[in-house]
Design a protein around this ligand. Structure first.
Ligand SMILES: Nc1ncnc2c1ncn2[C@@H]1O[C@H](COP(=O)(O)OP(=O)(O)OP(=O)(O)O)[C@@H](O)[C@H]1O
Ligand SMILES: [Mg+2]
Length: 469
């Protein structure tokens, strides 16, 4: 390092302060520790540090606001003794480079410092696993550049909590990227060099799930011909990814809760318990609070898992990311399959941007894969799109609320009935199924609403009409 960079460490805890100062001083930084707010303000005026590592407890939010207006070019990393999501979001929005949850890992702090100060070190040789990890990180990185408010908020939290050891609960509709997010968190955590062990709780047959999670000893049941290590043990020192966790049967939820609380569990048929140290990331595409309310998911396990909630927004709620994703997928499928699809007609862009994408990013990926393979080369036109996107037989409701008429026309009665059905469903959803309130929202009397509701339920509309509950 030719230049001597200045780092200011502001923390009320002497042990933390000294550890960080010593660490950076040894690496040839000019590093100074202070313990009060006024010392920070004074020193920043005098010495213009390149980076400030500031404890949130030291009135960090107010101090950050002051620093960002007085010295906009000074980068700030906040450290916090707990993962308080609203504070993290506020700090990131106010321009903090990152918020790190204590105990701060010094190597992590060093890596972030290098990134901030753009200090270049020789990277170690990459392995195949590294390259796969880079790819996953790259996918998420594309969305990290998103300017859509829901994504900005999601990533300001994800980046921070990844570095902590806290339990994370990822929710979101199918295909929104929950699994990719869990990899991102693992790969950006201090456990990144250990494995992330996935358990798809919905895919394992009920009678095997206990052995799958906790392992079994030889002879524990018919077919147990040898000892077997369970996934909890396999995740020792790493991350355990409990995918589709809401699908666990209730009796397994009890056992899992106990194992998570005690970090100990008994393999099936074993007389002694085992220990394992893992970080948990859980995910579900169900409305988990409803599952709890209706008794299908244990409340105590829910609270145990829902320490830091991350919600992956539906694609229709961050439409600004659709075109960057489309361009990425076209390039990827061109490369993978040796094709030369180039460019997209404006009309196609409109269709892609305004379609509802009920299957989210996965559906978008599939649509582009199919379209690129069939097209092979040239510019994509509306006729290359699958039927659902061409809008044939369907009305296309655009963002502006305009209705687009397909070339071969529509069946007016059918479309009006569909619209009516959608509005009734919306009113019922909004009132949690209360028919009196829903009728009031629609300026109908209750009997008319019930009648109309019945009509749609008897299937008098088309086959793809959703029925009302
Ligand atoms: N940011 C992204 N960039 C590129 N591809 C993405 C991105 N996010 C998700 N995908 C792709 O979309 C598909 C769905 O993602 P993923 O499996 O993570 O979603 P999920 O929420 O776990 O879905 P499900 O609930 O159905 O399990 C995957 O093929 C993934 O590679
Ligand atoms: Mg998934």
């Amino acid at each position: 390092m030719d230049k001597k960079y200045r780092i200011l460490v502001a923390d009320t805890e002497p042990t933390v302060r000294t550890a960080i100062v010593n660490y950076f001083t040894e690496m040839n930084f000019e590093c100074l520790g202070v313990e009060t707010e006024s010392e920070v303000i004074n020193l920043v005026q005098k010495s213009e540090p390149d980076l400030i590592i500031l404890a949130l407890e030291l009135n960090g939010i107010d101090l950050l606001r002051h620093l960002k207006s007085a010295k906009p070019n000074t980068e700030v990393i906040l450290t916090s003794s707990g993962a308080n999501v609203p504070d993290i979001v506020r700090a990131m929005k106010m321009g903090a480079y990152n918020v790190m949850v204590k105990p701060v890992q010094l190597e992590e702090l060093r890596d972030q410092t290098y990134r901030i100060l753009e200090i270049v070190t020789t990277p170690p040789q990459k392995t195949r696993q590294d390259r796969m990890d880079d790819k996953k990180n790259g996918l998420i990185a594309r969305l990290m550049k998103s300017t859509e408010p829901s994504m900005v908020e999601l990533f300001s939290v994800a980046k921070v909590v990844a570095a902590s050891d806290s339990t994370i609960f990822i929710t979101g509709e199918s295909g929104t990227g929950k699994e990719l997010m869990s990899s991102f968190i693992h790969l950006n955590s201090p456990r990144r060099n250990e494995s992330m062990v996935p358990v798809n709780c919905g895919a394992i047959p009920e009678n095997l799930i206990e052995s799958e999670l906790f392992g079994h000893v030889k002879g524990a049941f018919t077919g147990a011909i040898a000892n077997r290590t369970g996934r909890l043990k396999a995740a020792d020192s790493g991350t355990l990814f409990l995918d589709e966790v809401s699908e666990l049967p209730l009796h397994m939820q009890v056992k899992l809760l106990r194992a998570l609380q005690e970090k100990r569990f008994e393999p099936v048929g074993a007389s002694r318990s085992e220990e394992s140290d893992f970080r948990i990331i859980a995910a579900t595409n169900r409305d988990i609070e409803k599952e709890v309310e209706e008794g299908r998911f244990r409340e105590d396990l829910y609270y145990r898992l829902n320490v830091i909630p991350l919600h992956m927004p539906a694609l229709r709620n961050h439409r600004g990311d659709i075109m960057p994703l489309v361009e990425y997928f076209i390039e990827r499928f061109n490369n993978e399959k040796g094709l030369e699809v180039e460019g997209i007609e404006d009309e196609v862009k409109d269709r892609l941007r305004t379609y509802a994408w009920p299957g989210n990013i996965r559906e978008l990926e599939n649509v582009i894969e199919r379209t690129v393979i069939l097209k092979r080369f040239g510019k994509l036109t509306v006729n290359d799109l699958p039927k659902k996107l061409r809008g044939e037989g369907n009305l296309v409701l655009t963002d502006q609320g305009f209705v687009d008429m397909p070339e071969d026309g529509i069946d007016l009665n059918l479309e009006v009935a569909r619209l009516e059905e959608r509005l009734i469903k919306l009113a019922l959803d909004r009132t949690n199924g209360n028919k009196n309130q829903a009728a009031r929202l629609l300026h109908l009397n209750r009997t008319t609403l019930v009648e109309k509701n019945k009509e749609t339920r008897t299937g008098s509309l088309t086959e793809n009409t959703t029925t009302l509950q």
